[in-house]
Ligand binder design. Sequence first.
Ligand code: PLP
Length: 469
Amino acid sequence: MTRTDPRRALPSVDAVVRAGRPSDAERDRFTRAAREVLTRARGLRATGGAEAFAEQARALLADRERRTLRRVLNATGVILQTNLGRAPLSPRALAAMADAAGAVSVEYDLAVGKRGERHGHAARVLADLARAEDAVVVNNNAAAVLLALAALATRKEVIVARGELVEIGGGFRIPDVLRRSGAKLVEVGTTNRTYARDYAHAIGERTGAILRVHASNFKLTGFVAHAEGRELAALAREHNVAFIHDLGSGTFLDTSRYGLGKELTVPEAVREGADVVTFSGDKLLGGPQAGIAVGRQTHIGALRTHPLMRALRPDKITIAGLIATLETYRDGLAEDELPVWRMIAASPSGIRGRAENVARALGASGLSAEVMETRSTVGGGSLPEETQDSFAVTLGGAPASRLAQALREADPPVVARIVDERVALDLRSVLPEDDEVLARAVGGALAKGGGDGPSHHQERPRSGARRPV
Ligand SMILES: *Cc1c(COP(=O)(O)O)cnc(C)c1O
């Protein structure tokens, strides 16, 4: 070779590692990063000293090791955002969960000093609140539905209205879950109208259960009809088959008191005569991720003793957080203490005042911020199409998509909504005690030049920020 080989201008991996002075614990990772930046430099025919490459390796490592699971501020105006972890927990639930993190009597009976029942702890307060005979808790509502079908209808037929064969999101499709449980789907009615007599015609020797499913993320309007829960309960009783009602969100408070549509509450679903009512712990209930089944003792007992139960059982921390959340209802404090209900119950005028304060704080740091009237949603597959009056702080000064990206890089990251080409921070889904953190995070991110100039790292655009469940 006569010409100078540009590769000769690159330092060795060893030299870069020496320059980077990694700790013993990070030496291997740092060495790999150093090798990577040198390989990249070779491809680009770039040159440089060991110090410069050590810095690049350090940056590469930091970027790669930044946590992807992070606390964020939910300014989307969707209170129960599945992509953002659904219900934020109350201080009481958090304290109970921290308390349960060490040794705890999860399967130990303190009264007799012997092995105890994991499933008993939450059952009493749940059954009391739901006015049901018994209750059991699993990992999520999808698991509760699967378990109910497996325990009560394996190798049997399950009758479902065509209009209720929904996909909840995340690939949870009722027909698929039914098949996986070992049950056989029998569809009745039409997409828009199903009557009790449709169920009556389909019921027979091979029937194991009637399943009713909350339509969750869509709403059927116009020429529609469905059978009353009471009629289905009576029919199921008459034929000695189970009536399973998947409520989805499952609320203990009357949503119509907050300018929203009326959702059947859990005690109402029980009173209709369902043998098993299932719902999520982290939707309108406002607790940790869990699936709850309440209903008749014999049916709940069949769920509790089913072999699948061992694979679906909740952990001690979930049980502790769930019990604390349920006790908040028992004490009549849900609207005061549970973030989900505080957000739903927040008055538009209160939200407006907070938005004005946040806009003023941002304006004082030189940003263009205005207050806009908007509409928020509950999300979480409850109350589709239902909205509440809300107020948002809109940001200007740069294209909305660039502002939104800068906000996602804020500390903590802020997830906003884009309305009419403007970034909107809807304060209904933010707790008042987080307003200051929000203003500081937004101010910090945009003052750093987040509004202009490209960001230093690529992120995939967040699609489906408004996906309901
Ligand atoms: C949300 C929902 C589910 C799934 O609940 P997870 O707790 O997310 O597993 C099942 N059924 C209905 C009707 C729902 O709305």
